[in-house]
Design a protein around this ligand. Structure first.
Ligand SMILES: Nc1ncnc2c1ncn2[C@@H]1O[C@H](COP(=O)(O)OP(=O)(O)OP(=O)(O)O)[C@@H](O)[C@H]1O
Ligand SMILES: [Mg+2]
Length: 368
């Protein structure tokens, strides 16, 4: 059974770290420390290599140590026990473009993504079901980018067309020919965005349903649904989705001129969770939401394993205290094959046989 092994991370002038050089064990690693000592900063740096974004949704500039102009990050990892060590580097700068390299060769975003896979589970994820739509779209986008690197460019392109189209709609008399050009491009790329996201949800849903049933007992059935204005049930048919997209846009044309913005498209779509056909957003209890998110995260993990042949690195940021014994046990039974990096605030609360433990204090990390 293969798993990705993150062997080492080096950070310089990243977040609160002036310099950090940390080597991990291939099994369980525990980062322990009081609040605001720099635990999540490490998790954030690792996950950035998988998604090229901060999971805290801040701009790159905020990731650079205060009063510095640039940050450097580097990881070495192995995809299988016999393969060579791979090296990835990221350079962030306040004044220049981000630089990426893979085994010391400069590379672009699309080739960088999809190389190093990790799954992050943090307390913010527990708001996913009842939080706003944007949070759920970001969840989908971050994951799809990681497993389908081509999606990164498509999404970026869609967003830039959307921005241009909205800018044009803000004008008093938008140029109709240009608007038509933007509309066609919006539909073309928007349809691709929808297909990538909906296929991902389709793949995740069966595993999530199975895991949910295992943790919760047979009581309820979990269902996931990609919610779009262009279909009730997703069918992978480009022509049908494009047609429906065009149709809706012409229906809302007047409204768009009135409100000066693009009223329909994947930028307004949603991911919905159902328990026995009841919408979890309205219906699910705290405990049920936790179980759904746990099932979702574990499905992500298994999906990545299926796709790449190796288990991704699992990052558990401050999440164990949020889960009761039963949920902790299900989590542990699934993640046994992975390399895991866990943050906790209390050293006494949690012990794993053979785990490598680090103390994080004022952005200095020492092995225990
Ligand atoms: N760009 C930056 N430059 C300098 N320091 C920063 C920067 N960004 C964040 N910090 C500091 O990093 C610290 C927070 O680190 P982090 O979020 O990793 O804490 P934590 O150990 O995970 O805490 P908690 O247990 O509360 O989650 C804060 O003290 C914050 O001021
Ligand atoms: Mg933290």
């Amino acid at each position: 059974m293969f798993k990705i092994y993150l062997q080492n991370i080096k950070l310089s002038q990243f977040r609160s770290y002036n310099y950090l050089d940390l080597s991990f064990s291939p099994s369980t690693n525990i980062l322990c420390g009081k609040n605001a000592q720099g635990k999540t900063n490490i998790i954030e740096a690792i996950h950035y290599f998988s998604t090229l974004k901060s999971h805290r949704f801040v701009s790159d500039k905020e990731l650079i140590l205060s009063d510095c102009d640039a940050a450097k990050m580097q990881i070495t990892y192995q995809k299988t026990p016999d393969s060579r060590m791979e090296k990835m580097k990221i350079g962030l700068s306040k004044s220049a473009k981000r630089e990426l390299s893979l085994n010391d060769v400069k590379t672009d975003n699309a080739s960088f993504l999809g190389e190093f896979h990790s799954v992050l589970f943090s307390p913010e994820d527990l708001n996913l079901i009842k939080g706003d739509k944007e949070q759920r779209r970001r969840f989908l986008d971050a994951d799809v980018c990681q497993i389908r690197p081509r999606y990164y460019k498509i999404l970026k392109y869609y967003n830039s067309i959307l921005r241009n189209r909205n800018k044009l709609l803000k004008e008093e008399h938008p140029d109709e020919t240009l608007l038509q050009v933007y509309t066609d491009k919006l539909v073309e790329f928007g349809t691709e965005v929808i297909i990538y996201r909906a296929l991902f949800v389709e793949r995740l849903k069966e595993t999530a349903k199975k895991i949910y049933a295992e943790i919760a007992g047979e009581a309820e059935e979990l269902n996931l649904r990609y919610e779009s204005e262009f279909f009730d049930t997703f069918v992978e048919d480009r022509a049908v989705i494009r047609e429906a997209f065009h149709q809706k846009l012409s229906e809302v044309a007047k409204e768009e001129h009135l409100f000066h913005t693009t009223r329909v498209g994947p930028h307004r779509d949603d991911l919905e969770f159902y328990l026995n056909d009841k919408n979890a957003k309205i219906y699910a209890s705290q405990g049920q939401q936790r179980t759904i998110i746990l099932a979702l995260k574990l499905s992500e993990l298994l999906f990545m394993k299926e796709l790449t042949g190796s288990y991704p690195v699992l990052l558990l940021d401050d999440i164990l205290s949020e889960l009761d014994k039963t949920r902790q046990e299900s989590l542990f039974s699934y993640i046994k094959p992975c390399q895991t990096i866990i943050t906790i605030t209390d050293a006494q609360a949690f012990r794993v046989e053979g785990a490598k433990t680090f103390l994080v204090e004022n952005s200095v990390v020492t092995e225990q």
